[in-house]
Write a protein that binds this ligand. Sequence first.
Ligand SMILES: CC(C)(COP(=O)(O)OP(=O)(O)OC[C@H]1O[C@@H](n2cnc3c(N)ncnc32)[C@H](O)[C@@H]1OP(=O)(O)O)[C@@H](O)C(=O)NCCC(=O)NCCS
Length: 202
Amino acid sequence: MSTFALPVQTWQSDVNARYAGSLDEQEQTILTRDGVQLVCRLMTPDDAPLLVDLFRRMSPETRRRRFHYPIDIVEEDRLLEDARRLANVDNRTHGGAVVALERAADGEHIVGVARLMRPAKQPKAPEVEAAITVRDDYHGRGLGTELLRRMVLLAKRMHAKTIVAEIEADNYAAIRLFRELNLTTVSTTSHGETTMRMEVPA
Ligand SMILES: CC(C)(COP(=O)(O)OP(=O)(O)OC[C@H]1O[C@@H](n2cnc3c(N)ncnc32)[C@H](O)[C@@H]1OP(=O)(O)O)[C@@H](O)C(=O)NCCC(=O)NCCS
């Protein structure tokens, strides 16, 4: 046996153990690092208004990092239309998402979303494209880490083989977050964009 073989096998079994199990329909609880309790569940098409609320509360920097171009002024009709499109997921074929919700006195608010999308005409494509957003006031509290771990389980539920993330090359927080998933990853950078292709564990 080569000296390299054992660590690789050990690492692979650690990864398989970390992503064992599945993501079911039931709500779960997420605790932020500072002890705030959030609800986590799969997205449904009814979440469109909550996505509008999230968008309104995102800083210009977070919007730009998420959508890769500055979006500051958006007409109300357009906002709801886009939110309906983004909420149109079935968590099996063309798209899925995991959301984290805060239950406040004034109602529910989505504070984080990890999303996986396939091209509309390829509902069984082996690749899914990932995107993640955490509302600014929750940054650095461990929510992104929790959502991405569940996003890997969502990828398994969607029978995806590869998760592809396109991230601005200087978005170190996001690149580090995806690296910490510890999946077998090939990264390339071109024209200011880093593409990470990650193998979904069996
Ligand atoms: C990237 C993003 C999702 C991280 O979410 P988060 O909830 O803050 O992440 P976590 O709290 O789990 O932090 C994970 C790591 O990210 C890094 N990080 C998070 N926030 C950071 C900040 N404000 N500054 C520097 N590093 C930060 C840290 O390295 C942290 O590592 P640690 O676990 O050792 O502390 C969030 O910053 C975000 O929504 N950004 C805008 C959208 C975006 O960039 N999406 C990616 C492209 S689709």
